[in-house]
Design a protein around this ligand. Structure first.
Ligand code: PMP
Length: 363
């Protein structure tokens, strides 16, 4: 072991970091030659290309920029003291775990297969992880009975992702409400709604007044086309938001990001985004039907997000073939219940047509 590595915390010695789509590509073999990128659930169009020239980069930005807070609070129908802006929702996940979990003593519950950053944040904090899998035979819904049976007082947070990445289904809001109610004063229920804009479904934000132990996460990286700007929004009680503001870094958002988000929320850009969302939804539903006819795909799951989960005959062969054709998709077969599965983001109509054409010709 290298001498500096010996100084790293014991519990991190075998640490497996989060494998982001970007990291997989940077380290991958030949994936860089991709022409059609369907691996990171981004919007395939850019909404805002530039920010105002009069951005004052010599000055520190506000920790929680007032103008942006007002704008977003109005947009989501909540008051500004129930909102927290962070550098992507990845940062909000990390902040929540650090705020609520003592290393070694406290725990977090996740419901796999789900987004990998929850587990990574827990490991970095040195907290413990409990998993209660989603029920595959029931459209990947929560196993409420098992969750409540497994809950212990040291489990401070339960992460729920709806629509869930990588399975694409919505989680029952009624089940989420039961968890919030049953664990009121005992655990924080974090509902990550990164993809909800593509679901045309009611957000858990409407339950915030009822449950002070609920946190809802949103991101501008998906439907709003701002993955490169890094901005996430956390909704919760004034108490939780106040604590998060205390423990977060003083300047989480770059001025360029703040300006880009304000520009994105101009009415003509919002109209474009809404049209893009409709296109993604229509394309997703078309692809869902078309995938059923592709011989190398053995199962397709319905999706309420901007990606589709499919099961293939042979995941390595499928991904190899796609890469050779310049199409980059995401291998999700490392999840226990997703052997041979691949997650495919929805691209532009032209990209999706090319994808189908290529998949139809797969030998
Ligand atoms: N939650 C889920 C479910 C996600 O899939 C992602 C992005 N892959 C995130 C959160 C993080 O998004 P952000 O870009 O805001 O950090």
């Amino acid at each position: 072991m290298k001498s500096i590595s010996k100084l790293i915390r014991d519990d991190l010695q075998g640490f497996a970091e989060y494998r982001s789509a970007e990291k997989e590509n940077a380290e991958g073999d030949g994936n860089k030659s991709g022409r059609i990128w369907l691996n990171a659930n981004e919007l395939p169009w850019s909404v805002v290309e530039s920010v105002p020239e009069n951005t004052h980069l010599n000055r520190y930005p506000e920790q929680q920029p007032a103008e942006l807070l007002e704008l977003l609070a109005k947009n989501y129908g909540v008051s500004t003291d129930h909102l927290l802006l962070s550098r992507g929702s990845d940062d909000a996940i990390d902040l929540l775990v650090r705020l609520f979990c003592n290393p070694k003593l406290d725990s977090v519950m996740i419901c796999p297969p789900t987004f990998g950053m929850y587990e990574v944040a827990v490991k970095i904090q040195g907290a413990n992880l409990f998993s209660v899998p989603l029920i595959r035979s029931q459209d990947f819904q929560l196993d409420l009975t098992k969750i409540l049976e497994a809950w212990r007082s040291h489990i401070k947070i339960i992460f729920i992702n709806s629509p869930n990445n990588p399975t694409g289904n919505l989680i029952s809001v009624d089940d989420i409400a039961v968890l919030c109610k049953t664990l009121s004063g005992k655990a924080i229920i974090v509902v990550d709604e990164a993809y909800i804009e593509f679901a045309e479904a009611e957000s858990a934000i409407k339950l915030l007044d009822k449950y002070e132990n609920m946190v809802v996460l949103r991101t501008l990286s998906k439907a709003y086309g701002l993955a490169g700007a890094r901005c996430g929004i956390t909704f919760s009680s004034h108490e939780v938001v106040t604590w998060l503001r205390k423990v977060m870094p003083p300047y989480p958002l770059a001025s360029l990001t703040i300006d880009a988000v304000i520009k994105t929320f101009e009415p003509e850009n919002i109209a474009r985004i809404n049209a893009y969302i409709k296109t993604v939804e229509a394309e997703r539903d078309k692809l869902y039907e078309a995938f059923k006819e592709i011989p190398s795909i053995t199962k397709v799951w319905p999706s309420r997000a901007n990606f589709i989960l499919v099961e293939t005959f042979n995941v390595e062969k499928f991904i190899d073939y796609c890469v050779k054709q310049g199409i980059i998709v995401r291998n999700v077969s490392h999840h226990e219940s997703l052997t041979n599965c691949v997650r495919i983001s929805i691209g532009t109509p032209e990209q999706n047509a090319q994808l189908l054409d290529i998949l139809k010709k797969m030998p």
